[in-house]
Design a protein. Structure first.
Length: 186
């Protein structure tokens, strides 16, 4: 089994999709998390509505790089890769919004959603929030810290895959309709 993908998680400063203030990634190769990284990001606004959730304030990021500044480092983990996120619509919305804000090209990539996978694999849970699923699976989680959330997402995908849950979703229609995440034929 060849399980290779990038799990990612964004934290945002406010309700604006382009207000990313932290990005975390977990790189999975051959079924193991082999790398984790996070970046604090200076968003294009000083308005921080969600500090109560993630603890990030404008004073913490005002000297940090913008997303445009870190994109060259992040891009290889995204371009033509399988990207996993918990509630992927949110994170993909943030990714495309920050790319648009900085007038950066949106690369082709596949998307899988650990929320959808969790709903299929463990339908009896009271809900399928990241924290609930992580607790159910005994996954360590510092919720709303992007690197920890990305790692938990990766673990959920791996455990759901072991239960033979098919996880296929596409973000760019010019790519094939589906990919076999666990077979490695991509």
């Amino acid at each position: 089994m060849k399980e290779c993908f990038t799990a990612l998680d964004f934290e945002t400063a406010n309700y604006q999709s382009n207000s990313a203030c932290q990005l975390g990634i977990a790189i999975v190769s051959n079924g193991q998390i082999v790398m984790q990284k996070s970046w604090l990001i200076k968003p294009p606004t000083k308005v921080f509505t969600f500090s109560y959730l993630h603890g990030i304030t404008y004073s913490m990021v005002k000297e940090q790089p913008t997303f445009g500044d870190i994109w060259s480092e992040v891009k290889p983990f995204v371009t033509n890769e399988i990207i996993a996120a918990h509630n992927a619509d949110f994170d993909m919305g943030v990714l495309t919004a920050v790319l648009a804000h900085y007038q950066l090209y949106v690369p082709e990539f596949y998307v899988i959603d650990s929320l959808t996978a969790a709903r299929k694999a463990w339908p009896g849970l009271k809900n399928h929030k990241l924290s609930t699923v992580a607790e159910h699976l005994n996954i360590e989680l510092n919720h709303h810290e992007a690197q920890s959330d990305a790692a938990a997402c990766a673990e959920i995908i791996l455990k759901a895959g072991q239960s033979n849950i098919e996880i296929n979703r596409i973000i760019n229609r010019s790519l094939p309709e589906s990919m076999d995440l666990f077979g490695g034929n991509y």
